[in-house]
Design a protein around this ligand. Structure first.
Ligand code: ZN
Length: 307
């Protein structure tokens, strides 16, 4: 396997990208949102058990896309990583406004958002000493509101100062091209530093191809969610992109967002990525490409020449 340049910034320090191993490129050990009352991912014990299950299924690396202010519990991540042997990457960034109480956004508006992202990437999250390895932001449904433009502008600024990748939650997989126009056009972020999440929720294969042609990474993530009507389209979408020559732009993730979705609570959880999704993909695009997506592609997406 060809190696990827740079370093991946994990919660235990910077590592060679190849050391990420088989990687869940988008998931959550901890998450809290007013949109998901009663379903908070906040139990350290459940997170440890889930991570151990993921490791037993062959997982070696995990990227948590939980941004600032949503209960990341950064201070717990180093010990979880040490105890399970799974490399963990934490995020800075900001989600859609609906995931916050208005007062906390007001504080961020006056406090300097790009500076906050920069500090979390270079010094650490709060006083945990844990540095973030990516910036997570979010688009809206078929468009970008003022909040999305504000957070993406700050993310681009923090990217230009550090090199950090920017991972984007696309609302139901929409507004991909609007995000590219803003981030890569107006704000001049190199396309290979942008990861678009949730395109699987909007299985327009032509649109996927257009995004891939722009040079971004496409994350097919979310099989750990229940009631997900488009999961069965994922292997075809991945095959279509691979056939068009974009196998090196693809990422896979579980995106566990609720306590009930954890495997240790009876849901598909993190192990499903490797026990359910991987064999399904292997039958669609072969073992070699599936393995490359889980290892080398993740190494390239999160390996950064940190400034
Ligand atoms: Zn997510």
């Amino acid at each position: 396997m060809t190696s990827a340049p740079g370093k991946v910034r994990t919660v235990l320090g910077d590592i060679a990208p190849a050391d990420l191993g088989v990687c869940d490129a988008h998931d959550h050990l901890f998450l809290r949102s007013p949109q998901l009352p009663g379903q908070e991912l906040e139990s350290a014990g459940a997170a440890a058990e889930e991570l151990a299950e993921f490791r037993a299924a062959g997982g070696r690396g995990l990227v948590q896309w939980t941004p600032h202010g949503m209960g990341r519990r950064a201070e717990l991540l180093p010990e979880l990583s040490r105890a399970t042997g799974v490399r963990i990457v934490a995020a800075t960034g900001l989600h859609q406004a609906v995931h916050y109480v208005p007062e906390s956004l007001e504080r961020l508006r006056t406090g300097g958002l790009a500076e906050l992202f920069f500090r979390e990437l270079t010094e650490g999250i709060a006083d945990s000493g844990v540095r973030a390895g990516l910036i997570k932001v979010a688009g809206g449904f078929h468009g970008l509101d003022d909040h999305a433009r504000w957070t993406m502008t700050a993310a681009a600024e923090a990217h230009h100062a550090t090199g950090a990748p920017i991972a984007v939650h696309l609302e139901l997989g929409t507004a991909a091209l609007d995000v590219l126009d803003l981030l890569c056009g107006e704000l001049a972020v190199p396309p290979h530093r942008v990861i678009l999440g949730h395109l699987n929720r909007f299985p327009d294969l032509g649109l996927h191809q257009q995004a891939a042609e722009a040079g971004v990474f496409l994350a097919f993530d979310g099989p750990s969610r229940t009631h997900h009507a488009t999961d069965w389209r994922m292997p075809d979408a991945v095959r279509s992109l691979a056939d068009a020559g974009f196998g090196d732009r693809l990422l896979l993730g579980g995106d566990t967002t609720t306590a009930g979705a954890r495997s240790v609570r009876g849901g598909p959880g993190m192990p499903y990525l490797l026990r359910g999704m991987r064999p399904r993909l292997e039958s669609a695009v072969g073992e070699e490409l599936t393995q490359r997506i889980l290892t080398l592609n993740a190494a390239r997406a999160f390996g950064v020449e940190w400034a």
